[in-house]
Design a protein around this ligand. Structure first.
Ligand code: TXA
Ligand code: MG
Length: 323
């Protein structure tokens, strides 16, 4: 079978200890051989990511994951239900798993992505003895995650030789992260797979993160942020906030389900979808488009707050958080 365009180059680059832009079903990743210290160091350099923020190691399946993390029954249940897919589990790191794959932490984050191009690359490098691919989202630290190959080229193009084309990311927000290293399941990052689905698969509740939770980049108050100041506004206050900004002479990029009132040349309106899945799918792309309007302010109508919208609300809250 013929491989998708660029896969040969990507496999060669990974084997040579270089980084590659890799499509996944959640967001695009900046990928490198997790067992290669120099290759992993390149990820940190390119992303400008703090050295103590650990990466996710991507694997073809649980057979590979077991050599990186100490398996337990909860890991068995969750991976059986959700892998391959948008779920990352955190497990105690096995002694033979190198510390640089997880920034020296005693635990390791593992995910088996479902995207066919990612799987093809992982299968090809596995044949060369590479069992794990370290890959954070392929954006500079703190900025909006990429959901297309074009986003990766815009953000990191000069630093990454190979960016594989994999289409628009199906899901559009990063994987759900569940910590299984502490005896009970803790949700570290909400994602497309909700806490209720995790709890159902585990047969026990999932806790919210506490102060002891390990550091997760995405859990910093300000993250996933466009350059333009961003304000989340409840529907009932939207017309008022818009009128106020326009009266002050500001140009506004607006993301709301309903057309703006008032309208005018200083309002650039983008339509907000009505379902959580659709909103996840377009979230990062739309944040980039709103940012590109060269407005003085991005106004976003806050979405519903029920559990299906947890990932969207989490990312929007961090995007709106002052830097
Ligand atoms: O969907 C995703 O997960 C994407 C795609 C590329 O797979 N990757 C992604 O990677 O979002 P990144 O690096 O942007 O976010 C990974 C998160 C970070 O917030 C990191 O702190 C957390 O996972 N993490 C990694 N190892 C961890 C560990 N041992 N304990 C707790 N959190 C960990
Ligand atoms: Mg990220």
């Amino acid at each position: 079978m013929k491989s998708p365009a660029g896969v040969d180059e990507a496999v060669a680059a990974l084997a040579a200890g270089d980084v590659v832009g890799l499509p996944t079903e959640t967001v695009y990743g900046l990928a490198a051989d997790a067992a290669n210290r120099e290759a992993v160091a390149k990820i940190y350099r390119i992303k400008q990511r703090p050295a103590d923020h650990p990466l996710i190691v991507h694997v073809l399946g649980d057979a590979q994951a077991r050599s990186w993390g100490a398996w337990n029954p909860a890991a068995q249940r969750l991976t059986h239900t959700f892998w391959p897919g948008p779920l990352t589990i955190v497990l105690p790191r096995r002694p033979q798993a190198p510390a640089w794959a997880c920034a020296g932490h005693a635990t390791i984050a593992l995910r088996s992505p479902s995207h066919p191009v990612a799987r093809e690359v992982m299968a090809r490098v596995l044949a060369l003895g590479i069992t794990g691919i370290a890959a954070p989202s392929a954006n500079r630290f703190g900025r909006v995650s990429p959901t297309s190959a074009a986003h990766v080229r815009t953000d990191l193009g000069n630093d990454v030789a190979v960016v594989l084309e994999g289409g628009d990311a199906d899901i559009g927000v990063e994987s759900t992260i569940v910590d299984l290293s502490r005896g009970r399941a803790v949700l570290l990052r909400p994602g497309h797979i909700g806490a209720d689905a995790i709890a159902a698969a585990l047969g026990e509740p999932v806790a919210a993160p506490d102060v002891d939770a390990p550091r997760v980049s995405g859990s910093l108050a300000s993250h996933y942020a466009p350059a333009t100041p961003l304000q989340l506004v409840h529907r009932s206050q939207l017309d008022g906030a818009l009128g106020h900004a326009l009266a002050a002479g500001r140009r506004v990029a607006l993301w709301s389900p309903e057309p703006p009132r008032p309208q005018g040349p200083d309002v650039r309106w983008h339509v907000q979808p009505g379902t959580a899945d659709a909103m996840e799918h377009v979230l990062y792309r739309t944040l980039r488009e709103l940012d590109a309007e060269s407005a003085d302010l991005i106004l976003i109508q806050s979405p519903p707050t029920d559990p299906a919208w947890a990932a969207v609300n989490d990312r929007l809250k961090r995007a709106a958080s002052p830097r």
